[in-house]
Design a protein around this ligand. Structure first.
Ligand code: SF4
Length: 284
C-alpha cells in the first residue's frame, strides 16, 4: 500500500510538517487501508497543503472549517477513515468552536494538528499557541496573552482520545496516529511541528529539551483522566505520548438516533413521486 502521490511538497526544507505527512502515510498502511479507504481533509495554512500530498481522497477546505467538512464526510460515508488536519491557528483560533464541539460529539474522525506556535503561511504572527512574551511582527513587544492549553481543554470537553507528539519522533508519531485511527471516536493528536523559517524560539532543540515523554513517568495510566490533567498541569502541557484514552464511550455514529448504520453514500435514495409529494406536504 503506497500513499505517496506525484505531488512534491513545497514546505520549507526542515519544516516539521514533512514528518507528519510521512507518519500519516505509514500509519494508514500499517492499519491495512488502501488509498480509496482514506479521506484527508485539511484547513488553511502551510499544514493545510497536506491533503494534496497524500494519495487518498482529499479536500482542502477553508480556514477553520476542517472539522465541519471532515464530520460531514464521515456522516455520508462511515466506511471511510477520515483524517482532518491543519495548523494551530486553523484549529485553535478561527476553528476553535468546531474543535470543542467535535471533541464532545465524539464522531469517529482523527484530527491531527501541526502545532508550530506561529502563523507560518502569512509570514510569522503570534498564534493562540504562542507563549506569553513571544515576539513576532504582530507582537513586537512580546505577546501579552497566554497560550491555550489545548490538551487540558480537550479533557474538560469530554475527549475520548488525546495525544501529543513531536515531528522529530517519526516512530512514536506513526504509532500514535495509528492508535488514533483505530480509536472508535474522535481523536485529537497535537503534533509539535517546528516552523524553521519563522519560529526561532520553539525549535527542534527547544522541544527536545522541554518535552517529557509519558513513557518516563512511572505508573502513568492513560485511562485515568485526573492523572492526565494533573500531569499536563505539572508539565505546562509539554508532554508527549497518549495522554488519555476512553475506550468505553460509544462514538457519535453508534449513538445518534436515525443515523444510518450503512454508508449514506451507498444507500438507495430513490423515492417514488407519491412518497416525495407526501414529504413535501409535511413542510408546506
Ligand atoms: Fe513550514 Fe514554517 Fe515554512 Fe510554513 S513557513 S512551510 S510552517 S517552515
Amino acid at each position: 500500500k503506497d500513499f505517496r502521490n506525484s505531488v512534491k511538497p513545497n514546505w520549507c526544507p526542515g519544516c516539521g510538517d514533512f514528518s507528519v505527512q510521512a507518519s500519516i502515510q505509514r500509519a494508514a498502511a500499517n492499519v491495512g487501508l488502501e488509498p480509496n479507504d482514506l479521506a484527508v481533509i485539511s484547513g488553511i495554512g502551510c499544514s493545510g497543503r497536506i491533503s494534496g500530498y497524500i494519495k487518498s481522497y482529499g479536500f482542502h477546505g477553508i480556514h477553520g472549517r476542517v472539522l465541519p467538512i471532515a464530520q460531514g464526510v464521515k456522516m455520508a460515508n462511515r466506511d471511510l477513515t477520515v483524517i482532518a488536519s491543519g495548523g494551530d491557528g486553523d484549529g485553535f483560533a478561527i476553528g476553535m468552536g468546531h474543535t470543542v464541539h467535535a471533541i464532545r460529539r465524539n464522531i469517529d474522525v482523527t484530527y491531527i494538528v501541526m502545532d508550530n506556535q506561529i502563523y507560518g503561511l502569512t509570514k510569522g504572527q503570534t498564534s493562540p499557541r504562542s507563549a506569553e512574551g513571544f515576539k513576532t511582527k504582530s507582537t513586537p513587544e512580546g505577546s501579552v496573552e497566554s497560550a491555550i492549553g489545548v490538551m487540558e481543554l480537550a479533557l474538560t470537553a469530554g475527549a475520548t482520545f488525546v495525544a501529543q507528539s513531536f515531528s522529530s519522533d517519526l516512530k512514536e508519531l506513526t504509532a500514535i496516529i495509528q492508535k488514533g485511527i483505530e480509536h472508535k471516536g474522535f481523536s485529537l493528536i497535537n503534533v509539535f511541528s517546528p516552523c524553521v523559517t519563522y519560529n526561532k524560539v520553539n525549535t527542534y532543540d527547544w522541544f527536545k529539551e522541554h518535552l517529557t515523554s509519558l513513557d518516563t513517568i512511572e505508573g502513568y495510566d492513560p485511562s485515568n483522566r485526573m492523572m492526565a490533567m494533573q500531569t499536563l498541569m505539572e508539565n505546562d502541557g509539554l508532554v508527549k505520548g497518549i495522554i488519555y484514552q476512553n475506550t468505553v464511550k460509544p462514538s457519535y455514529q453508534d449513538l445518534a438516533h436515525g443515523y444510518s448504520k450503512d454508508a449514506l453514500s451507498k444507500a438507495d435514495l430513490k423515492m417514488d413521486e407519491e412518497k416525495f409529494n407526501g414529504l413535501l406536504a409535511e413542510f408546506m
